[in-house]
Design a protein around this ligand. Structure first.
Ligand code: BGC
Length: 349
């Protein structure tokens, strides 16, 4: 079968290769892949900046945002042939640490977790894969291809969940939220903010194209520029770009008792000048919280699935701006100005 692979930390190593069928040892459920989403992490891996191959192997199969169909599964697995499923990206560490031991693998303490298509586990950008039932999430069949948005939705479901838990450490009546970045992650974050009753402001750079419309259609307000120009003292900022200046803009301008959640994994090596004393003073005097958030556990997959189920399907469909067949993968990883979510089609829905 075909699989899209890279040699980790090696630029220009992406190749569609002939790859062995999945082994029984990989899991009791055989899944045919329908589609794989391309995200910023994939682009970083492809650029040679991130990623780990499975131990003893040179190449890593790409793809951690997926949608597949069950081909076969054991009796009593809770799954049936034909079910649409999404593979859970992260597998708990083998020790396990106390977080992984309790199903909170997104909070892994020892860094020995593995991630499909990212860290030491082959990804889903191949025609078939195997997994155990507890590593698969069943998707509402009416979502169809939109099920491929579940994994990015889980990232935002976790971010919102943690933001609200932290905010609710005291009496908290949040009304306004800023989301930085109108890519798929930011747009899904905006959707969930609106669903939670916030007045949501989304900040991005572009002034034309589909993004401002998508923001308006979900019920949020689109801005370019700095956070305080969009709204004074928001209760929540969810930073989805990883751009250092925006990270500090968020910390400087979130409102009293507010929560800033950082979800963008930025690459190092970029310095900016910050008045650290002033920032510290503001954060202390305003009881501000800043939290980083990565990955997602099973509860976030449930939350993400609910958010997608409650969203307008027409709006979700517009997030998928290009569908590219596996054989033409090069087009999928070449960014185009109007891209929101690009998916690689591997099987048919
Ligand atoms: C994925 C997460 C993963 C993170 C870090 C993100 O793109 O969505 O599941 O934990 O990258 O590897």
């Amino acid at each position: 079968m075909k699989a899209l692979t890279i040699v980790p930390l090696t630029k220009d190593s992406t190749e569609l290769v002939e790859f062995p069928e999945p082994q029984e040892a990989e899991g009791s459920v055989l899944v045919e892949t329908i589609a794989v989403g391309v995200c910023g992490t994939d682009i970083e891996i492809i650029s040679g900046a991130y990623g780990w191959a499975p131990p003893g192997e040179d190449r890593l199969v790409l793809g951690h945002e997926s949608l597949g169909r069950v081909l076969s599964c054991p009796e009593g697995s809770g799954l049936a042939s034909g079910d649409l499923v999404v593979g859970i990206v992260r597998t708990p560490d083998p020790v396990p640490c106390y977080s992984c031991g309790r199903g909170e693998w997104d909070m892994c303490r020892n860094g020995q977790y593995t991630e499909h298509g990212i860290k030491e586990l082959h990804g889903f950008c191949r025609e078939r894969y195997r997994a155990n039932p507890d590593r698969l999430v069943k998707v509402d069949p009416t979502l169809g291809i939109l099920g491929v948005l579940l994994e990015p939705a889980t990232i935002l479901a976790k971010a919102w969940d943690h933001v609200e838990r932290i905010g609710n450490r005291v009496t908290w009546e949040p009304k306004t939220a800023v989301i930085t970045g109108a890519g798929p992650v930011g747009l899904l974050g905006a959707l969930m903010g609106v669903q939670r009753g916030y007045q949501v402001h989304v900040i991005d750079q572009v002034t034309s194209g589909i993004k401002p419309d998508l923001v308006a259609e979900v019920g949020a307000t689109y801005h370019t520029g700095a956070i305080h120009e969009a709204i004074e003292e928001p209760d929540v900022v969810i930073e989805c770009t990883g751009v250092p200046s925006l990270v500090f803009d968020a910390m400087e301008h979130v409102g009293p008792g507010g929560v800033v959640c950082l979800t963008g994994v930025s690459s190092g090596g970029r310095s900016i000048s910050v008045d650290a004393g002033e920032l510290n003073r503001y954060m202390v005097l305003e009881n501000e919280a800043v939290v980083g958030s990565v990955n997602a556990n099973a509860t976030h997959y449930e939350m993400g699935a609910k958010a997608l189920a409650a969203a307008e399907k027409d709006w979700l469909a517009k997030l998928i701006t290009r569908r590219v067949p596996l054989a033409r993968w090069e087009e999928a990883i070449r960014r185009q100005p109007d891209d929101v979510k690009v998916v690689i089609e591997i099987g048919s829905i």
